[in-house]
Design a protein around this ligand. Sequence first.
Ligand SMILES: [Zn+2]
Length: 210
Amino acid sequence: MKNSELDNLIICHKCHTLHEKVPLKEGAEAHCSKCDIVLYKNDKYVLDRTLALVITAFISLIVAFEFTIITININGLEQSLNLTSLFIVVLENKQYIVGIMLLFLIVIFPFVILISMFFLIIYMKMGKAEYLVRRILILLAHIRPWSMVDIFFISLLVAMVKLFDVAQIELGVSFAAFILTLFLDAIITKNISFYELWEHHDKIYGANNA
Ligand SMILES: [Zn+2]
């Protein structure tokens, strides 16, 4: 089978039914005939919307890291927790490997992902830098599973629940920013999948010039 023939087929990633692709009208979605999930859609504003979401998520992640997450008060002894104070505690306890892991998993990777998405979409919209766009897509596929802001936040919630009995806890600005960041991240993922990013890549630069 030739490549172009294969390009016209799409497999449902839920039930693995094979479908033939048909051109869609603007704003339309193609659903799986068996399980009804969305296979692909024709939405010309999807890149603009994703770009806006990525910029907002970037700002909210900076706020999440910059300000106080929670303030813990145990018998009048008050302690504010933010990302810098967290790293100081980790380093004071000489947990260097934990520190480096934290730095990558909850700071560097999430920022690299958002910055990569930003340039990816800007270049795609201009139809330029095909090689770089390809590289960014491959990079994203590799580091996306390693962004663990969500796990960090859940651990924080678990710790808070344990502290409820012994301490007074006050939520800071960063706490809301974390929720917003995770919410935006979920919307970005729902808005555009990897498959769709590659589809846009192929549509903009042509599929056969690899
Ligand atoms: Zn299906």
